[in-house]
Design a protein around this ligand. Structure first.
Ligand SMILES: Cc1cc2nc3c(=O)[nH]c(=O)nc-3n(C[C@H](O)[C@H](O)[C@H](O)COP(=O)(O)OP(=O)(O)OC[C@H]3O[C@@H](n4cnc5c(N)ncnc54)[C@H](O)[C@@H]3O)c2cc1C
Length: 524
């Protein structure tokens, strides 16, 4: 067996991939990442922070209860409890890696509150800079860990299997379809490639979040879970930027209000909590206003006014760059694809249904989020299950001797042409927003599946084909779930059906069957 066959390959350099690599150390690991570390990752853009019951009076059990309540009947309660129990320990790990979480005058972690949390439990960094600070600290720790090699500017295009287990990854240097591809053999492959937001025309995610991980795992035969559940953030700033900048929920927390183009406060008649209703409810209401042609806006003039630049510097800069002064004008908003609750199905060790393949972070579906994610639980899930996967892989040590030397691959290979990792896929992205977005129905989903099949067939490059395959997995599960639950809203099945209170598990073959059955009934 060659030395490289003893290697652990991690696909993705966000919080999940880097944390897993650090926890594997001193076992050698190679992190393969499309964009340079710290870029092209949702992790670096996280604003709120990470949820953990670290404050006096709060408990992991209360945190678990909130997580389960938001998940609309589909949360894996055992894993959710394990996650909330471990949260304080993982926050201590992050502190040890150098993350400068905010503290109070007595040196205790400062905690903020977010929607649907029953206690203040969000640890944060200088207001809205948690993601950037976490990534800076982890990247520095990784670069100071000799057992970790980082291969930047390389896109994983396929998993290699020997029929029984995953044995490696096919990667291509960014530089287009003609760029060289390399097969990396591995004893363990950890998928940590993030979410799917960029499959949608309107998203808060970086373009690397295009669902590759789902596609390559599914093609290798892995079981996927809950792929229909995509969370839409209700208030992305609609100034034509891709990805769209966020107007965080904290603005509504400070009294900013939602209005339509006629100046009507449309949330008042929809939910008792009005503008502070749950995220999915607000997203659907804003979407309805936009579809009806009235538009949706955030009015921060009276409640925040002149404090805006100081309280929300990132959003202020985004608005001003788009020609909108939020101290004087309404901010146009639109719901944007933000987070994927579904993904590659894993157990509590991060193991997928395929031997040799683990999945961690947003690409995984552990079941802790159910049909909807509680705010600031995703960074937490990434570190908790990133650590579990590392422990599980290390536990297989006898069969996987540590290599005597790392195989000869370039260290810190820099991305030369990151553009090719984001193939232009305007047709697919528009289709996903239109038919597989905030609200769905069988006619639109069937039409979407027909077009996706064509896009997949005609895809000019592996990245584009992977996007279409990921889109298929989401749209097929969305068609199969004939009810509305959590983030999944069906206009033709508006009620939640207790008989469907179970998680979705499907393979690529299942998705293709659903698509094939749908197409003859509803033409494209
Ligand atoms: C604007 C915004 C704000 C958010 N705020 C919060 C918050 O406050 N709290 C919270 O808990 N969550 C928040 N989230 C969600 C959270 O940031 C993500 O769920 C989490 O960071 C995902 O981490 P990850 O490591 O799984 O993926 P990512 O951080 O997205 O990293 C994925 C990595 O995989 C690489 N990659 C992708 N495809 C390939 C490929 N084919 N080959 C090689 N590499 C590949 C990417 O380049 C990247 O390095 C927010 C998300 C966004 C977009």
């Amino acid at each position: 067996m060659s030395d490289s066959a003893h290697e652990v390959i991690i696909i993705g350099g966000g919080i999940a991939g880097l944390f897993c690599a650090l926890k594997l150390s001193p076992r050698p690991a190679t992190v393969v990442t499309a964009a340079p570390i710290g870029e092209g990752a949702s992790s670096a853009w996280a604003q709120g922070g990470i949820a953990a019951a670290v404050a006096g009076g709060d408990t992991p059990e209360a945190h678990a209860r909130d997580t389960i309540a938001v998940g609309a009947g589909l949360v894996d309660e055992t894993l959710a409890r394990a996650m909330t129990r471990e949260a304080p320990e993982r926050v201590r790990d992050l502190l040890a890696y150098g993350v400068p979480f905010d503290k109070d005058l007595e040196g205790r972690l400062a905690v903020g509150r977010e929607a649907a949390h029953s206690a203040r439990r969000i640890v944060h960094v200088r207001g809205d800079l948690a993601g950037r600070a976490i990534m800076n600290a982890l990247a520095a720790a990784v670069r100071n860990t000799p057992s970790i090699r980082v291969l930047e500017g390389h896109v994983a295009e396929d998993l290699i299997t020997d029929g029984a287990r995953v044995t490696g990854v096919l990667v291509r240097a960014t530089g287009g379809p003609k760029a060289e591809s390399t097969t990396l053999t591995a004893c363990a492959v950890v998928l940590a490639s993030g979410g799917v937001g960029h499959l949608y025309a309107v998203t808060t995610n970086p373009r690397e979040a295009s669902g590759t991980g789902l596609a390559i795992a599914a093609r290798a035969g892995a079981v996927l879970a809950d792929t229909e559940f995509v969370q839409f953030h209700p208030t992305a700033i609609a100034i034509g930027r891709d990805p769209a900048p966020l107007a965080s929920e904290a603005m509504r927390g400070e009294g900013a209000i939602l209005v339509n183009g006629d100046g009507e406060r449309f949330m008042a008649k929809i939910h008792p909590q009005g503008d502070l209703a749950p995220r999915d409810v607000v997203a659907r209401a804003a979407f309805a206003e936009i579809v009806a042609g009235r538009g949706a806006f955030l009015d921060a003039r009276a409640a925040i006014g002149k404090e805006f630049p100081e309280h929300f510097p990132t959003a202020y800069a985004s608005c001003m760059a788009g020609g909108i002064d939020p101290t004087r004008a309404l901010i146009p908003i639109a719901p944007a694809a933000h987070y994927h609750m579904g993904g590659v199905s894993t157990d509590g060790h991060g193991r997928t249904s395929l031997d040799g393949l683990w999945a961690v972070g947003e690409v995984a579906s552990t079941g802790v989020h159910g049909a909807n994610r509680l705010a600031s639980n995703s960074l937490l899930e990434a570190v908790v299950f990133g650590a579990h996967a590392a422990e599980d892989i290390s536990g297989l040590a006898p069969q996987m001797a540590v290599p005597s030397k790392l195989p000869s691959l370039p260290l810190f290979h820099a991305a030369e042409n990151p553009d090719v990792t984001a193939p232009h896929a305007d047709e697919l992205r528009a289709l996903m927003s239109r038919h597989v977005g905030v609200t769905r129905d069988s006619r639109g989903l069937a039409a979407a599946l027909a077009t996706i099949a064509r896009v997949e067939r005609e895809a000019p490059s592996p990245p584009r084909r992977n996007m279409a395959t990921a889109a298929l997995l989401i749209a097929a599960a969305a068609l199969a779930r004939r009810e509305s639950r959590g983030s999944h809203a069906r206009a033709d099945y508006p009620r939640t059906d207790p008989a469907q209170a179970r998680r979705t598990f499907l393979t690529l073959a299942d998705a293709r069957r659903i698509a094939a059955d749908a197409v003859p009934i509803h033409a494209e």
